[in-house]
Write a protein that binds this ligand. Sequence first.
Ligand code: ADP
Length: 621
Amino acid sequence: MKEKGNMHHAFAVHLRGIRELHRVSPRFFPILTLHSLFDAITPYVTVFFSARILKELAMLRRADILWKWVAAGVLCTGFTSVLKAVLWRRYNTLLSDLWGRKEILFIRKMFSLDFSELDRQENHDLRAQIRQNENWASWGLMRVQEVYAYFVSGVTGILSGIALTVSLFVLPVPASAGRLTVLNSPIFILALAVLMAAVSILAGKFTAAAMKGWSDAAQEATFGNRLFRHFGFIGLDKERSADIRMNDQQNLVNAYWDKNSSFGADGHIGKLALGKMGVYASLGVCITTLITGSIYVFTCLKAWGGAFDVGSITQYVGAAAAMVSNIFALVGLMGTLETNTGYLDKTFEFLDIPGAMYQGSLTTEKRSDRRYEIEFRDVSFKYPGSESWALRHVNLKFRVGSRLAIVGENGSGKTTFIKLLCRLYDPQEGQILLNGIDIRKYRYDDYMNLFSVVFQDFQLIAQPLGANVAGGMEYDRDRARRALIDAGFGERLETMDKGLDTMLYKILSEDGVEISGGEAQKIAIARALYKDAPLIILDEPTAALDPIAEAEIYSRFDEIAGDKTAIYISHRLSSCKFCDEIAVFHKGRIIQKGSHDVLAADEAGKYHELWTAQAQYYTAE
Ligand code: ADP
């Protein structure tokens, strides 16, 4: 864990934490503040009234006033207690809510990250680490609210304590007390203040040392959590259960549980808690009792000398004890603050990942003639962190309305080509041009709107069918229905009682429908049709369809695509026959271009090799 000992930095990141949490849950901090205030004041209310009542009982014995003090005491303590209880409930509800809401910060960040950053393993590791730290001991953002609560109640408690103990120092011991009048000297106030400061600093050091144990254990805990997540739920995993039972894999899982000691009493963390952390924490508590003891002695001596009555003794001693516990909590808080700063640094490192992608300002003129021409000019690209070129010197030009097929073996760069075209990544060399202008110069969202893409690994969301097709909860139902019918989903739609409102999957709703891989692909295609963008890309989305269904979709697609530009990536070459142009990728380069007839006739070419390999397959079929 990176140590940033600087208190200024610690306060700054915690303040930012408060601001971020306040943004996602505006009601949380006002309630927490009120609760912490009342929590801090309650003990002093009791102390104040007890002192008054005791004084009446022991000395003045005025029945009418005694009753008034009793009534006022009961009312005030009752009122603060009830209010505290109400606020506590509210606080707890909002706290559970905050656990979920803070995820919004991460989710929004993930949605707005550059795609290349989303793809970067270090960012995934960082997010996983933040989550682990949150889960194992609420380190990070959730600690911020605790720090805040302790801070508010600590400061309020100390101020209330001072208010109730001022007279302890101010009221003089009468001259008749003889030598005890020495207690009137300001030196005693000074001595108590120095003792308080010294003990606070020392106690702070001990508590901070105990807290540091958490950081020392963080790595072990992160690893322990990772193992726990894997081995703890493996038995519930539907996809694994048959395999585990049939292959006696439970022995491997049990071996983990037999040996696992991350969170056990004998593990590293358990030993830390019992040993180093425990000793430091107890030392911290021990020395704070020094202050309480000193105040007791001072109070009793002054009372003995006749400075004040028995009721006041209760007040001073009670207030002093409450104040000391507040000082101790506040000092301990500094340790927590320092430790949590390292965890918050990680959180903000993630939330502050910069957007590196150049954002242009040109609009992609909404051309009514839909004349868009795309050109790849000597484009080369490596994935972040990769040594080898995924695409090398790619040159390709295609016009609006044309049908382009991209073929090639696995790993030849087809998907990468599409990702660059959609500006999910920017190439390191060369340019991609739209109507002669580098695509980086266009506004990003504007440019993205030119494409409808169905990726190989498309994903649908557990929301209604129609909303999935439209990509929003409000949509044009006729268009969505049309798109589904065009994508070949019409017959299945007929069988659905709730039609477009049918919930997909059972994750959110009991009467949701589970759909087959082929049906999901048709919905994904309908989604692309609904978007009605001038360029449509199908990146092998038909792998789960049988050859007949696939051929049907492709020929129908050709019809639907109309004047749009369509790019197909297909592993079945027969589906590309109707395309105007076919580009053959091999090891990141385009090695052949042309129509099916021309390419198939070139017996020395890659296309011919792929075609004959598949033709055999189709003939056999
Ligand atoms: P295809 O779509 O033709 O199967 P890809 O475009 O997916 O091929 O892959 C081209 C090359 O880039 C392959 O060598 C692949 O291993 C590599 N590659 C693909 N995705 C990534 C990634 N996210 N990070 C690093 N390398 C990748």
